[in-house]
Design a protein around this ligand. Structure first.
Ligand SMILES: Cc1ncc(COP(=O)(O)O)c(C=O)c1O
Length: 398
């Protein structure tokens, strides 16, 4: 059950974190911590709205299917549904979440390249009929469903610079895609088009341009072979956000992508699967100092949240979040922020300047919406942060 707090004032920019430092927001964070305890995460649906709108404006030709994996939360789904978004699902749990939130199956695609027969049936029963494959074994799983399912073939584009290179484990070559299109044709299975993911938090838009152009060549080669026309290009997720290192603004980032897409005939439907870009700026995490010690000239602060909790993305997602004391005033000293567990790996940062903090003082993490709560655990029985929702869509209040 979501908890509703009084609204934060709508942020002028998309980063909820940017508005925290004024007194009233600080007071609201303190109030949330006092009411709910810590660790707690403040999820602002207004930021979800502004991120979605910014991406749609920057890339109007690509219908956005929000990828649930970075933050599978009902308030996010409801907010985006009201904005007119579509959804990218990968598991039965995600199917169940969107179904419960009232998303029509026709607004969804299923993009996990490896599925059990029961997963395919679960999605079809719900009404999701577009699936992703990248190999012949997976293609054959669709023989019994060839009258209801349509497929996208995922191509691989390796990207060592991304936070997460999503083409190591999945995706085929252009030649492999052409072979699959031919095999599908023989089997009477409809191939709708191609998809790819250039890697999560991709800072260079040329990665998309290369992938789009390669897909364009596969479209042309399929036509030249007399195969049925491909009608959809899915350019995946990967759109970057500003953690510590600057990235281009989304409008600027999408200019070369739009130019590459313009080379496709207008009859081709372009879709995208943004995850991180929509949700990363929408959460501020709030933790308390549990205790402290002086070690090697630095003050170690032990928080009630760490790498096994909300900061799990530091391990799984290779992310580094902007972290600071909520009351960040006064002389600053070299400090370390550690998580609560007994494991030595559980250190958020060993190199941070902080004012002298007391036990019970609050430390906030910014840009904490993507791949954080989603992969948090309760190792050592330290409870996961509670998610408190701000500016939730009105029908959820009923
Ligand atoms: C198939 C697929 N689509 C979309 C996404 C979302 O990517 P991002 O969060 O980089 O936008 C992922 C992330 O793992 C994915 O695997």
């Amino acid at each position: 059950m979501s908890v509703i707090l009084p609204s934060l004032p709508a942020a002028a920019s998309a980063r909820v974190s940017d508005v925290v430092n004024t007194l009233s927001e600080r007071e609201q964070i303190e109030a949330a911590a006092a009411l709910h305890g810590t660790p707690v995460m403040l999820l602002d649906c207004d930021v979800i709205r502004s991120q979605y709108r910014a991406l749609r404006q920057a890339l109007p030709e690509a219908a956005a299917h929000f990828a649930l994996k970075p933050l599978p939360h009902p308030a996010v789904v409801k907010t985006l549904l009201q904005e007119g978004a579509n959804f990218d699902l990968a598991t039965n749990g995600e199917v169940d979440l969107v179904e419960k939130a009232g998303v029509p199956g026709g607004k969804t695609i299923h993009t996990h390249p490896i599925k059990r027969d029961s997963d395919i049936r679960h999605a079809l029963r719900y009404g999701c009929t577009v699936f992703v494959i990248d190999n012949s074994n997976e293609l054959e799983k669709f023989i019994p469903y060839r009258d209801e399912a349509e497929l996208l073939i995922r191509l691989s584009f390796r990207n060592a610079d991304a936070y997460s290179d999503l083409s190591k484990k999945f995706g085929c070559s252009p030649e492999g895609a052409l072979e699959l299109i031919q095999q599908a044709h023989r089997l009477g299975i409809h191939i709708k088009g191609l998809s790819f993911h250039v890697g999560s938090q991709t800072a260079d838009p040329q990665k998309y341009v290369t992938a789009i152009r390669t897909c364009g060549e596969v479209f042309q080669r399929a036509t030249a072979l007399g195969l049925p026309k491909l009608s959809t290009l899915d350019i995946g997720g990967g759109f970057p956000v500003h953690y510590i290192d600057q990235v281009p603004a989304i409008q600027e980032f999408c200019v070369p992508i739009r130019e590459a897409l313009a080379e496709f005939p207008e009859t081709v439907d372009v879709i995208s699967e943004p995850g991180r870009f929509i949700v990363a700026p929408a959460i501020i995490s709030v933790a308390s100092v549990m205790g402290q010690a002086e070690r090697d000239g630095k003050t170690w602060y032990y928080l009630d949240d760490g790498l096994y909790g909300s900061f799990s993305g530091m391990i799984y997602d290779h992310a580094v979040y902007p972290v600071e004391a909520l009351n960040n005033v006064g002389e600053q000293f070299p400090s370390v922020l550690a998580g609560p567990t007994c494991d030595s790996i559980d250190v958020i940062t060993e190199d941070i300047m902080l004012p002298k903090l007391k036990n019970g003082d609050l430390v906030i993490g910014r840009m904490m919406g993507a791949y954080t709560a989603a992969s948090a655990s309760e190792f050592n029985f330290f409870p996961k942060a509670k998610i408190v929702v701000l500016n939730e869509p009105t029908d959820l209040l009923l």
